[in-house]
Ligand binder design. Structure first.
Ligand code: SME
Length: 145
């Protein structure tokens, strides 16, 4: 079910992104498509700016502006250079609660030449909303950027 939704989104996103080169504009519509189609609570990007992640295009409630490297789920995905899936945010040491409604989270790094340049962060109001299916497809989606 979830996999099928992602399968349908991939060609739509490829086609949408083929019409634009600006990285922020591309991130903005990827966030919008994912948020609408998948019904997430918060869907957006943080971009690496020096030694911090800075809030980028997103859909959902107001979020923290800046996150230091290694801090929270986002900063951890950045320093590990790999996707982090958090089934229960209360169990993740150092989780940054931008919204008290968030229960589970996935963060997928976007790499260029081996360096993280941004992360895709998605929050859910349900516990354990993200699994290997989300990881697989969200990594593919991030590769489109
Ligand atoms: N929870 C994230 C912070 C960003 S908000 O969820 C949008 C974290 O721990 O890095």
């Amino acid at each position: 079910m979830k996999a099928q939704k992602y399968e349908e989104l991939l060609p739509q996103l490829r086609s949408l992104l083929s019409g634009e080169t600006d990285p922020i504009a591309r991130m903005a519509n990827v966030a919008a498509v994912l948020h609408e189609a998948m019904g997430f609570w918060w869907t957006g990007f943080y971009r690496v700016q020096g030694d911090q992640l800075v809030l980028g295009p997103f859909q959902g409630p107001v979020a923290c502006f800046r996150i230091a490297r290694g801090r929270g789920v986002c900063g951890t995905a950045w320093s590990r250079k790999e996707t982090v899936v958090v089934p229960d945010v209360e169990e993740f040491p150092g989780h940054i609660a931008c919204s008290s409604e968030s229960r589970s989270e996935i963060v997928v790094p976007l790499l260029r030449q081996g360096e993280v340049i941004a992360v895709l962060d998605i929050d859910s109001r349900e516990l354990a909303n993200f699994d290997d299916v989300d990881k697989h497809y969200l990594e593919k989606i991030v590769e489109l950027l």
